[in-house]
Design a protein around this ligand. Structure first.
Ligand code: MN
Length: 314
C-alpha cells in the first residue's frame, strides 16, 4: 500500500518540519507528536475531512512562536510532527486495522495529537489506547452529535456510531465519559445514551449564553467526575462541529446553535491539569470553510490543549 496521496500534508503543525517517526523517536525530550489521519470515507453528508490535516497545519503557522498567553508555554521544543499516516483510503475495516497498528506503536513513544479525518477514526484509536493501557479510558467528547447510533444508514459502523461501539466494547469508562455541545436531531435512545450509561451530557442548549465564570460549574463538575473515577487516563476527542457553524463552517454535518470558540477554550483551559493522555480533532472539512475560520479554531484549540499539558508537566 503506502501511496503518498496528493492530499497528505506537505508542512508540519506550527511550522515544524515533518519528521519521520524513526527520526523523531531517536530524539530526546520530544514528548508530544502530531499525526494526520486523512480518512473521510465514513461521512454521512459532505466529504472533505481527508483534507483537514493539511489545512489545520497550514493555518497553525499563524501561531508563530506558539507561546500561549495564559500558560506561558510553547510546544515548539516539546513536539514533533510525524506527518500523515499512510492508510488505505477506500475500505473502513482496512483503514482501521492499519490505523490501530500504527497508532499502537506511536502511543508508546509520544503523547499524540491526531488530526482527522472523520470521526470514525476515534474508535480504532480508542482500541489502540485500550490495548496500550490494558484498561478502559475516560473521555471528554465535544460534538454536535451524540455518535451513539447503533445503525449507520444501513451499515454497522461509521462516524456516527463510535461512541455506541466504544461503550459496547468496554473501551471507555461509562461514568468518566462526558459529552459537550450535543444538539443534533436524534431519537431519545441515542440522545440520552451517555446519560443512561452513567456518563454526563452537557447539551449546547444547556450551555447557551454561559462562558467565563458562568461556565466554571462545568469545569468543576467534570474535574470532580474524573476524580471520583480515580483520574483514569483521559482522552479528548474534539469534533469541530461542536462549535457553531458561525465559528466552524468547514465541516461535513454542521448544526446551528453550537458552542462558541471561546466557550470551548474556557473549558479546555479549565481542564488543563486533568490526566490527559492524548487527543484528536475531527471533521474539519476545508472545502466548506471560509476565511480559514474552521482550521484556525481547530489549530488554536489543539494548541491550547498542548500548552496546558506542557504547563501541567513543567
Ligand atoms: Mn459531529
Amino acid at each position: 500500500m503506502n501511496h503518498a496521496f496528493a492530499y497528505l500534508s506537505a508542512g508540519g503543525f506550527l511550522g515544524l518540519p515533518i519528521t519521520p517517526d524513526a527520526v523523531a523517536s531517536s530524539e530526546s525530550g520530544k514528548p508530544f507528536a502530531v499525526a494526520g489521519v486523512n480518512w473521510d470515507g465514513s461521512v454521512t453528508n459532505r466529504p472533505g475531512a481527508r483534507l483537514g490535516p493539511a489545512a489545520i497545519r497550514q493555518t497553525s503557522r499563524m501561531l508563530c512562536d506558539a507561546t500561549h498567553p495564559l500558560f506561558d508555554t510553547s510546544p515548539l521544543e516539546k513536539m514533533v510532527d510525524l506527518g500523515d499516516l499512510l492508510l488505505p483510503n477506500t475500505n473502513l475495516e482496512n483503514m482501521r486495522a492499519s490505523l490501530i497498528s500504527q497508532a499502537g506503536a506511536l502511543i508508546g513513544k509520544h503523547e499524540m495529537i491526531w488530526l482527522g479525518g472523520d470521526h470514525s477514526i476515534t474508535l480504532p484509536l480508542l482500541r489502540a489506547y485500550y490495548a496500550h493501557y490494558d484498561k478502559p479510558l475516560a473521555c471528554i467528547h465535544f460534538d454536535a452529535h451524540c455518535d451513539t447510533w447503533s445503525d449507520h444508514f444501513g451499515e454497522p459502523s461509521g462516524h456516527g456510531t463510535w461512541v455506541y461501539e466504544a461503550f459496547n466494547e468496554g473501551l471507555v469508562i461509562p461514568e468518566a465519559f462526558v459529552q459537550i455541545g450535543i444538539r443534533s436531531s436524534g431519537v431519545r435512545e441515542a440522545r440520552e445514551f451517555v446519560n443512561d450509561q452513567g456518563g454526563q451530557i452537557y447539551t449546547a442548549r444547556e450551555l447557551r449564553g454561559q462562558d467565563g465564570a458562568a461556565l466554571q460549574y462545568v469545569v468543576e463538575q467534570v474535574c470532580e467526575r474524573m476524580k471520583k473515577a480515580g483520574n483514569p487516563p483521559l482522552y479528548l476527542t474534539f469534533d469541530i462541529d461542536a462549535l457553531d457553524p458561525a465559528f466552524a463552517p468547514g465541516t461535513g454535518t454542521p448544526e446551528p446553535g453550537g458552542l462558541t470558540t471561546s466557550q470551548a477554550m474556557t473549558l479546555l483551559e479549565g481542564w488543563h491539569d486533568l490526566n490527559w493522555v492524548g487527543m484528536d480533532c475531527t471533521e474539519v472539512a476545508p472545502p466548506y470553510d471560509h476565511s480559514e475560520l474552521t482550521t484556525n479554531a481547530a489549530a488554536t484549540l489543539i494548541w491550547t490543549w498542548l500548552c496546558g499539558r506542557i504547563a501541567n508537566n513543567s
